[in-house]
Design a protein around this ligand. Structure first.
Ligand code: GLY
Ligand code: MN
Ligand code: MN
Length: 437
């Protein structure tokens, strides 16, 4: 049986869209190669509202309909097809287990949709990558408009459901937080294992295997995103995923790996020496990134705007790089002109939840969103000086000893009523804890 959270989420949606109809589509299957598919992973918005874990399904929400407010369309039971591609819940059980007011076979979608649209004043629908399906929904909408002319009701506009869903998904319930905590706990154990096992001569994939083995062994769905196990100069590639290099002494190892547990994610990065000690340059830059991260985390508390969080890490990193002579100029101008960007080119964090880069937005118009309790955000500043680093015009050449160093420190942070909690605190990040004596 689904957790009662799902019912609560649907009630919230229904009350927010009142006179409108919302249509959500399950994720399509994704092809790996030829006729082989990736493991199915449900669309996050669809899952958030239904908990239903199959493709070829549609959920409709029609708060104004006399009998059915929550309608599901699913694949019917089919013994032959299920033998090949796995069990289906089917129409009857879907009604019983997933709480819909009525469930139809997905093949009947076009036939039944009009009655759930005819009284709506607006249609909520997200245009996905499946053009053919978008066209089917557009056709329904167009007949709605023609009907409006004749009968005076029917949707006259389409709005992306993000305007309603982002606000709901941004604030995590206790149940959601318990799943995020579990995803964090598993990933933290995996990172700690990697910290213990790393040594010169290992291949990056060997540590990846140790990490991902733990994800599955603890019942996780697997990696929340392709695990990054990046040694040496690979640490300067933000989305390095080959993980096939042999790591050497005196290099850094950057591991960015998170786990999915029951659809909720963790996202953790640690950077430390492959061998025992940081080199002087690695240590200086590591201290700077950690200082920036700690300062940014301080800004995560209710009422503080998002931009202050990011601007704080930018300022700490920029000041530090200027002290080292790696950037020159006047600090406020350097920041305004984004001259730090060749070193720190990504944001300081993102919302975390059902999606690793979770929905919720950062700004409405010119107004930055402020943090509120029960939001979860990552804090992940970094400095990356690739081997082929190119200074901006007017900026100094970087001495060789700094090249090939990439550092990121990433934690998952819960906004609490009076500040924040670092959910990933079980993975060490001080120099003392990461070096070996
Ligand atoms: N691993 C993806 C990210 O840190 O955003
Ligand atoms: Mn990450
Ligand atoms: Mn992240």
């Amino acid at each position: 049986m689904l957790h009662s959270d799902f019912q609560h989420r649907r009630s919230q949606l229904l009350s927010k869209i009142s006179g409108s109809t919302a249509i959500f589509r399950a994720a399509p299957y994704a092809v790996m190669h030829n006729d082989v598919e990736y493991n199915f992973r449900q669309d996050s918005a669809f899952y958030y509202l239904t908990g239903f874990n199959e493709s070829d399904a549609v959920a409709v929400f029609a708060p104004h309909h006399d009998e059915h407010n929550y309608i599901l369309f699913v694949q019917p039971k089919d013994r032959a097809k299920e033998t090949w591609s796995g069990r289906r819940v089917g129409v009857d059980a879907a009604k019983e287990y997933y709480g819909a007011d009525i469930v139809y076979p997905i093949a009947d979608l076009d036939e039944h949709l009009p009655k759930y649209l005819e009284k709506a004043d607006k249609l909520y629908y997200h245009f996905g990558i499946d053009e053919a399906f978008n066209t089917r929904i557009l056709k329904q909408y167009q007949s709605g408009i023609r009907q409006h002319d004749r009968k005076g009701t029917g949707p006259l506009s389409i709005e992306d459901p993000m305007t309603v869903m982002n606000g709901l998904r941004l604030h995590k319930s206790d149940y959601e937080l318990s799943l995020i905590r579990k995803a964090v706990e598993i990933a933290a154990e995996a990172h700690n294992l990697a910290i213990e096992k790393r040594k010169p001569g290992l291949y990056e994939y060997e540590l990846q295997a140790e990490i991902e083995m733990l994800f599955r062994r603890h019942g996780g769905m697997g990696p929340a995103y392709p695990s990054i196990v990046a040694s040496g100069a690979n640490s300067c590639i933000l989305h390095y995923v080959e993980n096939d290099r042999q790591m050497q002494d005196n290099e850094l190892l950057l591991i960015d790996a998170g786990c999915s547990f029951d659809y909720y994610n963790s996202d953790i990065t640690r950077t430390y020496p492959v061998g025992n000690k940081f080199t002087p340059e690695q240590r200086i830059l590591y201290e700077l990134v950690l200082k920036a991260q700690l300062a940014a985390i301080e800004k995560i508390k209710p009422g503080n705007p998002w931009n202050e969080f990011h601007d704080t890490s930018v300022r700490v990193i920029t000041e530090g790089l200027m002290e080292l002579g790696l950037i020159v100029g006047e600090i406020d101008e350097v920041i305004k002109d984004e001259k730090y960007k060749p070193f720190f080119m990504h944001g300081t964090g993102h919302w975390l939840g059902l999606d690793v880069h979770d929905v919720g937005g950062r700004k409405t118009g010119d107004l930055w969103h402020t943090f509120a309790p029960n939001q979860v955000i990552t804090a992940e500043p970094g400095i990356y000086i690739g081997p082929d680093f190119e200074p901006l015009e007017g900026q100094p050449a970087i001495p060789d000893r700094w090249l090939g160093i990439g550092i990121r420190v990433e934690d998952d942070i819960l906004v609490t009523t009076d500040g924040n909690e670092v959910l990933t605190a079980a993975v060490p990040k001080t120099i003392e804890a990461l070096e070996r004596v």
